[in-house]
Design a protein around this ligand. Structure first.
Ligand SMILES: Cc1cc2nc3c(=O)[nH]c(=O)nc-3n(C[C@H](O)[C@H](O)[C@H](O)COP(=O)(O)O)c2cc1C
Length: 435
């Protein structure tokens, strides 16, 4: 058992806990909702969340209460909450576990959020592949509705909060909040130009909050135990609370680990995930999902909190931590990720649509020993022409595997190219065909 207190995974780590409403209530579930509904003013709930320091767990790490505060105060029409349960970032699998093992925790967090922002309708946008999660959520929603925690006149307070589950069709881009909103409206999931932001022009052009599953799951505990308690966990003042890190790759015990924000990469890998799978030296770490720049073994003592990871040149992102051992080709690893991004580019912005295609073609040519040294300049040039030139952050995410592997392991690219040149297999022209 860990020496710190798990928050979000505490129930599911309790033997016999099924995630049913009865089990959740027995563990103190829905007490936070009872505490706030009609008893604490909505703005005070928002103030509490600001004070806790909670930041979004979906990727960007935006302060949650501050985001809620952006909704217009004087607007009397409908407003919405959307729970982002799309979780399609490679190497990330925490939301799935929260949904499957303790669904009411997130539903209670959603109800608290709806109350704070004045929304009577909330949607859960769940990725299409989460078939089991969708079934579990439908059941949990029915249980919560029957018990009076959602629906009309919740717990006799006169407050209405309805929640609906919407299954996506399996597109990575629909995790991006504005593409999610488009998809929820029945349109093709393409990101919107921001501003305006969802806070004022969101779902159906109405004020909307989009929050991640893990973000929302924290709320009952912030209400029950107070913002000061939450703010004392992790790396205050800017990275408070715990984080569920999804550890995958060449470790002995891959899995989800909920730890206080600010433990080092070394502690996460060697104390929690059991160390390296084959006891080979560690070569690379992706600290925050496929969109995050690679770290090397020199980064083992970087703290896993928002600031430290950013200062070290990457991002905490989705919490997906992928470990690679000595012997892994970094060119191959970057190519695999690049193929994912190429496949998932929605096509709206030319630099991303065309650039990811050319990046994949150039990377494939290097990996299959047909590359030339000039290809490295082409890769850099392509990345520079994608960075900051797209409507959403997908473009910046897509180039991270290449820019970071070129920075740390350029020699691996050069070795493959030298092999091609020595064998006379380097190609002068890029194949004209698109794949
Ligand atoms: C390409 C792309 C994919 C994203 N995918 C997800 C996702 O699967 N789940 C998620 O919660 N956030 C995802 N995000 C971040 C969302 O746009 C948004 O910032 C987040 O849902 C806000 O919730 P939070 O403040 O609670 O983190 C993605 C962003 C981008 C640019």
């Amino acid at each position: 058992m860990p020496s710190y207190e798990p928050i979000l995974t505490k129930n599911m780590l309790t033997p016999g806990y099924t995630g049913s409403l009865v089990d959740y209530e027995r563990a103190g579930g829905y007490q936070a909702l009872r505490k706030v509904l009609g008893k604490i003013a909505p703005d005070d709930v928002t103030a509490m969340v600001i004070k806790s320091g909670l930041r979004g767990r979906g990727g960007a790490g935006f302060p949650t209460g501050v985001k809620w505060g952006f909704l217009p105060k004087d607007y009397t029409g409908p407003r919405y909450l959307c729970c982002n349960a799309d979780e399609s970032e490679p190497g990330t699998f925490k939301d799935r576990q929260l949904i499957e093992r303790d669904p009411h925790q997130m539903l209670e967090g959603m109800a608290i959020t709806c109350y704070a922002i004045g929304a009577e309708t909330a949607y859960i946008y769940i990725r299409g592949e989460f078939v089991l999660g969708a079934k579990i959520l439908e059941k949990a929603l029915a249980e919560a509705r029957a018990a009076g925690y959602i629906g009309r006149n919740i717990l006799g307070t006169g407050i209405n909060i309805e929640m609906w589950l919407h299954r996506g069709a399996g597109a990575y881009i629909c995790g991006e909040e504005t593409a999610l909103l488009e998809s929820l409206e029945g349109k093709r999931g393409l990101p919107r130009v921001k501003p305006p932001f969802p806070a004022t022009h969101g779902l159906y052009n109405k004020p909307t909050v989009v929050n991640n599953v893990e973000t929302l799951a924290n709320l009952p505990y912030i209400v029950n135990r107070g913002p000061e308690w939450f703010a004392s966990i992790g790396s205050p003042p800017k990275s408070t609370g715990t984080r569920i890190f999804c550890v995958s790759g060449h470790v002995k015990r891959p899995g989800n680990y909920e730890v206080p924000m600010g433990i080092t990469c070394r502690e996460l890998i060697f104390e929690h995930a059991g160390g390296m799978r084959s006891d080979k030296p560690l070569k690379a770490i992706i600290p925050g999902g496929a969109s995050a720049a690679f770290f090397t073994d020199q980064h083992l003592d970087v703290k896993l909190d928002f600031e430290s990871v950013a200062q070290a040149g990457s991002m905490l992102g989705s919490g997906g931590v992928t470990i690679m051992e000595e012997g892994t080709s970094m060119v191959w690893a970057a190519l695999r990720l690049m193929e994912f991004f190429y496949h998932e580019s929605c096509g709206k912005c030319t630099p991303c649509r065309e650039g990811t295609s050319w990046l994949v073609q150039t990377m494939r040519r290097i990996w299959t020993r047909r590359g030339r040294l000039e290809d490295l300049e082409t890769l850099t040039d392509l990345c520079q022409n994608i960075a900051g030139r797209t409507v959403c952050a997908f473009g910046d995410a897509a180039i991270a595997p290449i820019t970071s592997t070129l920075k740390h392991w350029r020699h691996e690219y050069e070795e493959l190219i030298r092999t091609a040149e020595a064998a006379g297999s380097a190609e002068l022209v890029m194949p004209a065909t698109r794949h």
